[in-house]
Design a protein around this ligand. Structure first.
Ligand code: GTP
Ligand code: MG
Length: 195
Protein backbone atom coordinates (compact mmCIF):
# COMPACT_ATOMS: atom_id res chain seq x y z
CA UNK A 1 0.00 0.00 0.00
CA UNK A 2 1.06 3.54 -0.75
CA UNK A 3 1.40 5.89 2.18
CA UNK A 4 -1.42 8.28 2.65
CA UNK A 5 -1.58 11.61 4.44
CA UNK A 6 -4.51 13.36 5.95
CA UNK A 7 -4.51 16.88 4.65
CA UNK A 8 -7.79 18.55 5.43
CA UNK A 9 -11.24 18.22 6.95
CA UNK A 10 -14.21 20.13 5.58
CA UNK A 11 -17.07 20.96 7.88
CA UNK A 12 -19.07 22.53 5.08
CA UNK A 13 -19.01 22.95 1.33
CA UNK A 14 -17.45 26.40 1.59
CA UNK A 15 -14.40 24.79 3.19
CA UNK A 16 -13.59 22.21 0.55
CA UNK A 17 -10.04 21.98 -0.76
CA UNK A 18 -9.64 23.00 -4.42
CA UNK A 19 -10.80 20.19 -6.72
CA UNK A 20 -7.39 18.90 -7.81
CA UNK A 21 -6.40 15.44 -8.89
CA UNK A 22 -8.78 12.50 -8.78
CA UNK A 23 -11.06 11.88 -5.84
CA UNK A 24 -12.70 8.68 -4.67
CA UNK A 25 -15.18 9.04 -1.82
CA UNK A 26 -16.14 6.38 0.73
CA UNK A 27 -19.83 6.70 1.50
CA UNK A 28 -22.34 4.55 3.33
CA UNK A 29 -24.52 4.22 6.37
CA UNK A 30 -23.22 5.21 9.73
CA UNK A 31 -21.08 2.41 11.21
CA UNK A 32 -20.82 0.46 7.92
CA UNK A 33 -17.02 0.56 8.17
CA UNK A 34 -15.93 3.49 5.97
CA UNK A 35 -13.10 4.69 8.20
CA UNK A 36 -11.95 1.10 8.81
CA UNK A 37 -11.84 0.43 5.07
CA UNK A 38 -9.92 3.67 4.54
CA UNK A 39 -7.32 2.42 7.03
CA UNK A 40 -7.23 -1.08 5.53
CA UNK A 41 -6.75 0.28 2.00
CA UNK A 42 -3.85 2.45 3.06
CA UNK A 43 -2.43 -0.09 5.50
CA UNK A 44 -2.36 2.63 8.17
CA UNK A 45 -4.36 1.62 11.17
CA UNK A 46 -4.79 4.94 12.86
CA UNK A 47 -5.24 7.18 9.83
CA UNK A 48 -9.03 7.60 9.98
CA UNK A 49 -10.87 7.54 13.31
CA UNK A 50 -12.84 4.35 13.82
CA UNK A 51 -15.49 4.01 16.47
CA UNK A 52 -18.04 1.60 17.85
CA UNK A 53 -20.30 4.63 18.31
CA UNK A 54 -22.11 5.46 15.05
CA UNK A 55 -21.71 9.01 13.82
CA UNK A 56 -17.99 9.17 14.52
CA UNK A 57 -16.97 10.86 11.29
CA UNK A 58 -18.61 14.27 11.20
CA UNK A 59 -16.70 15.95 8.41
CA UNK A 60 -15.40 15.21 4.97
CA UNK A 61 -11.84 14.04 5.61
CA UNK A 62 -9.41 14.23 2.70
CA UNK A 63 -6.43 11.87 2.46
CA UNK A 64 -3.90 12.30 -0.30
CA UNK A 65 -2.24 9.12 -1.55
CA UNK A 66 1.46 9.78 -1.93
CA UNK A 67 3.01 9.75 -5.41
CA UNK A 68 -0.42 9.41 -6.96
CA UNK A 69 -3.07 11.85 -8.19
CA UNK A 70 -5.57 10.07 -5.94
CA UNK A 71 -7.30 11.59 -2.94
CA UNK A 72 -9.54 9.41 -0.77
CA UNK A 73 -12.43 11.12 0.97
CA UNK A 74 -13.83 9.58 4.16
CA UNK A 75 -17.40 10.80 4.46
CA UNK A 76 -19.76 11.05 7.41
CA UNK A 77 -22.28 8.21 7.47
CA UNK A 78 -25.98 8.59 6.77
CA UNK A 79 -28.98 6.95 8.35
CA UNK A 80 -27.90 7.16 11.98
CA UNK A 81 -31.22 6.78 13.77
CA UNK A 82 -30.25 8.43 17.04
CA UNK A 83 -28.91 11.68 15.59
CA UNK A 84 -31.16 14.69 16.01
CA UNK A 85 -33.19 15.74 12.99
CA UNK A 86 -31.16 18.94 12.55
CA UNK A 87 -27.86 17.06 12.70
CA UNK A 88 -29.15 14.45 10.25
CA UNK A 89 -30.25 17.12 7.79
CA UNK A 90 -26.89 18.88 8.07
CA UNK A 91 -24.95 15.71 7.34
CA UNK A 92 -27.26 14.66 4.59
CA UNK A 93 -27.21 18.07 2.93
CA UNK A 94 -23.43 18.24 3.00
CA UNK A 95 -23.06 14.74 1.73
CA UNK A 96 -25.59 15.04 -1.08
CA UNK A 97 -24.24 18.39 -2.25
CA UNK A 98 -20.69 17.07 -2.24
CA UNK A 99 -21.60 13.92 -4.18
CA UNK A 100 -23.61 15.87 -6.71
CA UNK A 101 -21.32 18.82 -7.25
CA UNK A 102 -17.71 17.73 -6.91
CA UNK A 103 -16.16 18.03 -10.38
CA UNK A 104 -13.15 15.77 -9.78
CA UNK A 105 -15.05 12.99 -8.02
CA UNK A 106 -14.20 10.01 -10.21
CA UNK A 107 -15.98 7.31 -8.26
CA UNK A 108 -17.91 6.73 -5.07
CA UNK A 109 -17.33 3.56 -3.12
CA UNK A 110 -20.74 2.94 -1.58
CA UNK A 111 -20.36 0.55 1.31
CA UNK A 112 -22.97 -2.05 2.24
CA UNK A 113 -22.77 -4.06 5.47
CA UNK A 114 -22.77 -7.83 4.86
CA UNK A 115 -24.88 -8.29 7.97
CA UNK A 116 -27.54 -5.64 7.35
CA UNK A 117 -30.27 -5.50 4.71
CA UNK A 118 -30.33 -2.69 2.13
CA UNK A 119 -32.13 0.36 3.52
CA UNK A 120 -34.17 3.05 1.78
CA UNK A 121 -31.37 5.52 2.56
CA UNK A 122 -28.95 3.36 0.54
CA UNK A 123 -31.18 3.28 -2.52
CA UNK A 124 -31.82 7.03 -2.15
CA UNK A 125 -28.06 7.64 -2.47
CA UNK A 126 -27.86 5.34 -5.52
CA UNK A 127 -30.74 7.23 -7.14
CA UNK A 128 -28.99 10.53 -6.47
CA UNK A 129 -25.77 9.25 -8.00
CA UNK A 130 -27.69 7.99 -11.04
CA UNK A 131 -29.24 11.43 -11.52
CA UNK A 132 -25.90 13.19 -11.06
CA UNK A 133 -24.18 10.62 -13.34
CA UNK A 134 -21.51 9.95 -10.72
CA UNK A 135 -20.12 6.42 -11.08
CA UNK A 136 -20.37 4.34 -7.94
CA UNK A 137 -19.10 0.93 -6.93
CA UNK A 138 -20.82 -1.14 -4.27
CA UNK A 139 -18.47 -2.61 -1.69
CA UNK A 140 -19.64 -5.17 0.84
CA UNK A 141 -18.04 -4.68 4.27
CA UNK A 142 -17.67 -6.90 7.35
CA UNK A 143 -17.70 -10.10 5.28
CA UNK A 144 -16.11 -11.81 8.31
CA UNK A 145 -19.33 -11.25 10.22
CA UNK A 146 -21.61 -13.66 8.35
CA UNK A 147 -21.65 -17.34 7.40
CA UNK A 148 -20.80 -18.21 3.78
CA UNK A 149 -24.42 -18.92 2.80
CA UNK A 150 -25.66 -15.59 4.10
CA UNK A 151 -22.73 -13.82 2.46
CA UNK A 152 -23.54 -15.39 -0.92
CA UNK A 153 -27.17 -14.24 -0.61
CA UNK A 154 -26.13 -10.71 0.32
CA UNK A 155 -23.67 -10.63 -2.60
CA UNK A 156 -26.39 -11.67 -5.04
CA UNK A 157 -28.68 -8.97 -3.66
CA UNK A 158 -26.03 -6.26 -3.91
CA UNK A 159 -24.98 -7.35 -7.41
CA UNK A 160 -28.62 -7.06 -8.52
CA UNK A 161 -28.66 -3.48 -7.18
CA UNK A 162 -25.49 -2.65 -9.09
CA UNK A 163 -27.07 -3.92 -12.31
CA UNK A 164 -30.25 -1.99 -11.70
CA UNK A 165 -28.60 1.40 -11.33
CA UNK A 166 -27.18 3.06 -14.46
CA UNK A 167 -24.32 4.68 -12.51
CA UNK A 168 -23.50 1.41 -10.73
CA UNK A 169 -20.24 -0.33 -11.61
CA UNK A 170 -20.98 -3.99 -12.40
CA UNK A 171 -18.19 -5.32 -10.17
CA UNK A 172 -19.10 -5.62 -6.49
CA UNK A 173 -16.11 -6.10 -4.19
CA UNK A 174 -16.58 -8.04 -0.95
CA UNK A 175 -14.25 -6.98 1.85
CA UNK A 176 -13.34 -7.36 5.47
CA UNK A 177 -11.17 -4.77 7.16
CA UNK A 178 -10.65 -7.34 9.94
CA UNK A 179 -9.27 -10.18 7.81
CA UNK A 180 -8.07 -8.14 4.84
CA UNK A 181 -10.31 -10.04 2.42
CA UNK A 182 -10.94 -8.12 -0.81
CA UNK A 183 -8.59 -5.28 0.10
CA UNK A 184 -6.02 -6.07 -2.61
CA UNK A 185 -8.80 -6.35 -5.17
CA UNK A 186 -10.15 -2.94 -4.20
CA UNK A 187 -6.65 -1.41 -4.28
CA UNK A 188 -6.23 -2.77 -7.80
CA UNK A 189 -9.54 -1.15 -8.81
CA UNK A 190 -8.34 2.20 -7.47
CA UNK A 191 -4.98 1.84 -9.18
CA UNK A 192 -6.75 1.18 -12.49
CA UNK A 193 -8.84 4.33 -12.02
CA UNK A 194 -5.79 6.57 -11.92
CA UNK A 195 -3.66 4.67 -14.42
P1 GTP B 1 -19.19 6.52 10.91
O1 GTP B 1 -17.98 7.37 10.70
O2 GTP B 1 -19.76 6.66 12.28
O3 GTP B 1 -20.24 6.72 9.85
O4 GTP B 1 -18.75 4.97 10.85
P2 GTP B 1 -17.82 4.24 9.77
O5 GTP B 1 -18.63 3.81 8.61
O6 GTP B 1 -16.61 5.06 9.49
O7 GTP B 1 -17.42 2.89 10.57
P3 GTP B 1 -16.08 2.57 11.35
O8 GTP B 1 -14.97 2.28 10.40
O9 GTP B 1 -15.86 3.60 12.39
O10 GTP B 1 -16.46 1.16 12.01
C1 GTP B 1 -17.62 0.99 12.80
C2 GTP B 1 -17.49 -0.28 13.61
O11 GTP B 1 -17.47 -1.43 12.77
C3 GTP B 1 -16.21 -0.37 14.45
O12 GTP B 1 -16.52 -0.97 15.68
C4 GTP B 1 -15.31 -1.24 13.60
O13 GTP B 1 -14.34 -1.93 14.37
C5 GTP B 1 -16.32 -2.22 13.01
N1 GTP B 1 -15.83 -2.77 11.73
C6 GTP B 1 -15.39 -2.08 10.67
N2 GTP B 1 -15.00 -2.89 9.66
C7 GTP B 1 -15.19 -4.15 10.11
C8 GTP B 1 -14.99 -5.46 9.53
O14 GTP B 1 -14.52 -5.64 8.40
N3 GTP B 1 -15.35 -6.53 10.29
C9 GTP B 1 -15.88 -6.40 11.54
N4 GTP B 1 -16.20 -7.50 12.19
N5 GTP B 1 -16.07 -5.20 12.11
C10 GTP B 1 -15.74 -4.09 11.42
MG1 MG C 1 -16.17 6.99 9.94
Amino acid sequence: ARRCDFFTAAQGLDHLPPPEGIEVALAGRSNVGKSSLMNALTGQNSLARVSVTPGRTKQLNFFRVEESPLTLVDMPGYGYAKASKAVKEDWQGLMFDFLRGRPNLRRVLLLMDARVETKASDTAVMDLLDRAAVAFQLVITKADGVKPGALARRQAEVEALARKHPAGHPLVVTTSSETGAGIEELRAELAALVA
